[in-house]
Design a protein around this ligand. Sequence first.
Ligand code: SAH
Ligand code: SF4
Length: 361
Amino acid sequence: MIRNLKESINIKDLSPKEIEKFITDNGLEPFRARQIGKWIYGKGVPSFDEMTDLSKDLREALKGAFSLGDSIELSEEQMSKDGTKKYLFRLSDGNQIESVLIPDKGRHTLCISSQVGCSLGCTFCLTGTVGRIRNLTPSEILDQYLLVNRINGGTVTNIVFMGMGEPLDNLDNLVRVLKTFTDPNYLALSPRRLTVSTSGLVPKMKELGDQISVNLAVSLNAPTDALRNEIMPINKRYPIKELIKASVKFPVPTRKTLMFEYVLLKGVNDSDKDAYDLGKLLSGINCKVNLIPFNESQPLPYRSPSRERVLGFQEILMSFGINVRIRKSRGRDILGACGQLAAEYPVRNTKKSRRANEAAV
Ligand code: SAH
Ligand code: SF4
């Protein structure tokens, strides 16, 4: 059973540093925090009582201050024809989120959510039409990985923040989670296996980069401000020039490359001219481009371009010396592909939902 959020803080909501602070505030040696990390994440014990190398007093103090159960509950699992699995999770307040596991040769990538819904209202994204409901807590983000990894026999190798929500709009919790993922005494995952995807919250990109080095994927989706303003309203606050500047400064891990994502929308941003404009914009920048043919989902008014158009767009970009890949669409039949996650929330007319969001701020 999952505990109510108001009941007590889940210890997985704390970063390794914060657990260490709790320990030293209680007059104990900092290495006790590392022992706790190993019990929670290495051994996955379900209660503090099982942390047998801690004193009884410390176990009691932990029990008094924190809970340690699962913060989310699996409510549905769907399997796509291509092997992609979509997991629907119920949160303690009744909200729902989704995670998607994409098995591929030698790597199993888990796409996780950072928010319930999203406030940024990109016109082509189903999550955007839900609006922002709330940020996920660190334990709710971590548990998506812990549960899916457990269900799949520990086979998850990579994690991408490309599920529901804008991770940088939940920066403090994102950083806590990334620290827990990468700390050698906690989940010990290589930062090279973690990718944060952002629509371009420029000041938050710098704040993230100042605190941790992970892979960065920037959802560019248009080569000019005029077009980007139209499909990604956030561009009015942080235009392309500023976004590119912040992107190239971001400290990705060594031998890893900054990635730009570009969702191809038929007749909107997929012309030869758009490809040339994009090529000029990115030429000379050390980056990769991932082209994502639009995943169609009702009620969004866009269509996916033909295969020939996608290849034509790629060819033009490649003529600028840019490394371009076309993202295979996975899990479309179970609405598990990029931008198709809405966790069964009623999706509304995009304009209306945006107005509702603005009114709610
Ligand atoms: N908020 C973050 C991460 C979640 S969206 C961001 O915007 O980057 C993850 C990716 O899905 C983004 O690159 C986004 O542009 C893309 N996306 C959204 N809707 C899509 C759709 N319907 N088809 C294909 N990709 C989509
Ligand atoms: Fe939010 Fe990303 Fe969807 Fe835009 S594309 S609405 S930022 S989740």
